[in-house]
Design a protein. Structure first.
Length: 281
């Protein structure tokens, strides 16, 4: 079943450190929240009760961390079934994953780049199809940040296009990852954006990053969003329309008012979108 996400909506990632500060937000401050299901599936006691209060108030979007969609080990069917049960319990409208791998005889606790090869396209697509069969709906894969490209036989955008076509799945468009990769791998972010299968985009992420060096950016989700990334978000809306958009913040949390100001910035870009300026696909 293809569940519909509402456009012109803006959300924030729910982290445990934010549970108390976000508990008493006024109505309308957020349209949805996002969580990594692995961090919440086995909750009990007070945390489970707190989470239920959020899921009863907001749509909960799921962004997986450890399904290892590009890995060679068999898919974790137990985790997959637990994710399905969690989605059903909390009526989650979407599940997304990183177009990466994160396991090799155990969990690597990092998101590693998949080789951009035809073999990898078919391997990943088969795994995505299995995930979609179990969940009973299409999933979306995120264009990931990466710092090396092992065994690269096609470009990053060619690889993303091929995987989404072969798997018949959707795109989670991360505009900060486009910016980070454009610096690290020396390409034009707007040309890259236009090269993606944007007709498959269902959902957008935006975040901050760390400037390690003049030619190296690290995707941390630990800082404010910078102007060039906001500019890419505006360009994304011109291509895709004002899709539901999430502010990612994983640590180094400012005051809630500052986070909500960035969420409101997303809304301002959505409100300013002019359908007549939409780029034809």
């Amino acid at each position: 079943m293809h569940k519909t996400l509402k456009p012109n909506t803006a959300g924030l990632g729910l982290r445990r450190a934010l549970m108390d500060p976000l508990a008493d937000l006024p109505d309308g401050a957020l349209d949805f929240m996002e969580v990594a299901p692995e961090n919440w599936i086995n909750l009990g006691g007070r945390l489970k009760k707190q989470f239920r209060q959020f899921s009863e108030r907001y749509p909960i979007h799921l962004h997986g961390l450890s399904l290892n969609i590009g890995g060679v080990a068999p898919l974790d069917e137990e985790l997959l079934q637990a994710i399905k049960a969690f989605m059903d319990e909390h009526h989650c409208p979407i599940y997304t994953e990183h177009l990466t791998y994160c396991g090799d005889d155990g969990h690597l606790y990092d998101l590693m780049p998949i080789p951009f090869t035809e073999e990898a396209v078919k391997h990943v697509a088969a795994r995505v199809k299995r995930v979609q069969d179990v969940l009973g709906q299409r999933i979306a894969l995120e264009n990931a940040s990466y710092y090396c490209a092992p065994d690269q036989q096609m470009s990053e955008s060619e690889f993303i296009n091929a995987v989404l076509a072969e798997a018949d799945c959707d795109l989670l468009l991360d505009v900060n990852n486009i910016y980070v990769n454009s610096i690290n791998h020396h390409y034009d972010p707007y040309q890259f954006l236009a090269s993606l299968p944007l007709h498959k985009a269902r959902y957008i992420h935006i975040a901050g990053h760390y400037d390690e060096a003049e030619d190296l950016r690290v995707d941390t989700h630990g800082a404010d969003v910078i102007d060039p990334v906001w500019d890419i978000l505006r360009a994304a809306y011109q291509h895709c329309g004002p899709l539901p958009t999430l502010l990612e913040r994983d640590f180094n949390f400012p005051a809630v008012e500052e986070l909500l100001a960035e969420v409101d910035m997303i809304r301002s870009y959505q409100t300013a979108f002019n359908p007549s300026e939409k780029v034809a696909q």
